[in-house]
Design a protein around this ligand. Structure first.
Ligand code: PSU
Ligand code: MN
Length: 309
């Protein structure tokens, strides 16, 4: 086992028993939602995964270790430490070597999940190509990670703070398939339709698992985006979210916000400008993703049992 990995007793037992495991990120806890909803949601998401027959493994960097599976105190620590470092691929060695507290992004969580032998990872939204990237070069490291690291990422698409068309072009160039669940459209996080189609609609966990196994058995390393739209009753009005997104983008530009601060700034402003209504949507979509991700992890495990690798 890798010297930096530390499994919780629950995850260690799941590994020993060959149970399906679902990875969860921690940036969403430290930087994505306010306290106490961040911790409550993290716990509820873990419970949804358990009820669906899989074992949750929330990942964070604590005391020089990649912790895979967190106890209640560790979840609370991440939820109440807004100064926890936002850790992407670039930052992983630093936060481990200096023994700081680190909340992992999609990219870093994928790296840790792969080290831990976990195939499925559930989150809210992934990073992507920012609007204006042709001059700012601001493209999330999440996309490069999807190109190289073999983990299926269940999400509700990407937010319209990004250039969704360019994000999908980037993924296509790097051979990252984008699946959709229950509809042909690629979702836009707060809304169900981004105006773009996913590559392949695969509604059942069995179909998704067959696709993912085929990709990896072909030796095609890299991730798969499993995009799952927010439940209709929790989707936000498109006009409202478009208007608020434009305002947040203007403020980021005028305020000279750059680098790794851009995404957290935009997420926080959208939350403030919707007066918390976006938080309700955010929580609902993550829970929905947890259900889909757990079913996928179970189907992947079952498929592995049926076919010789
Ligand atoms: N997009 C969201 N919610 C999030 C993030 C992105 O809708 O919480 C977080 C994720 O952790 C993601 C990270 O991996 O932001 C991307 O940051 P950046 O754009 O700096 O790569
Ligand atoms: Mn960036």
């Amino acid at each position: 086992m890798h010297q930096y990995l530390l499994f919780s007793p629950e995850v260690a037992a799941a590994r020993a028993a060959g149970k399906p495991i679902v990875a969860l990120e921690s940036t969403i806890i430290s930087h994505g939602m306010p306290y106490p909803q961040n911790v409550t949601t993290a716990r509820e998401v873990e419970d949804i995964i358990r009820m669906a027959g899989a074992v949750p493994a929330t990942i964070a960097i604590i005391d020089g270790k990649i912790c895979v599976g967190l106890d209640a105190a560790q979840l609370e620590l991440l939820g109440t430490s807004p100064d926890a470092m936002k850790v992407s691929r670039r930052d992983l060695a630093y936060v481990l070597a200096t023994r700081r507290l680190g909340a992992t992004t999609v990219a870093a969580t994928m790296i840790c999940a792969q080290l831990a032998g976990i195939d499925v990872f559930v989150t809210g939204g992934i990073g992507g190509v920012h609007r204006g990237a042709e001059t700012s070069f601001d493209i999330s490291a999440d996309l490069q990670e999807l190109a190289r690291t073999s983990v299926a990422v269940v999400c509700a698409g990407v937010k319209s703070i990004l250039d969704i068309g360019l994000t999908l072009e980037y993924l296509e160039t790097h051979g990252v398939p984008v699946l959709s669940v229950g509809q042909p459209e690629f979702p836009a996080f707060f809304t169900r339709d981004s105006g773009f189609k996913a590559d392949f609609q695969l509604d059942s966990a069995t179909e998704q698992a067959a696709f993912i196994r085929a990709k990896w058995q072909l030796g095609l390393a890299g991730g798969v985006v499993v995009s799952n739209p927010v439940p209709a009753s929790f989707a936000m009005p498109k006009e409202e979210i478009d208007r608020i997104t434009e305002q947040a983008l203007r403020e980021a530009h005028d305020g000279g916000v750059t680098g790794k601060k851009v995404t957290p700034f935009l997420l926080a402003r959208i939350k403030e400008l919707t007066e918390g209504r976006s938080l309700v949507t955010n929580i609902a979509l993550v829970k929905h993703n947890a259900q889909v991700g757990a079913e996928l992890a179970v189907a992947l495990r079952d498929a592995a049992g049926l076919q010789p690798v």
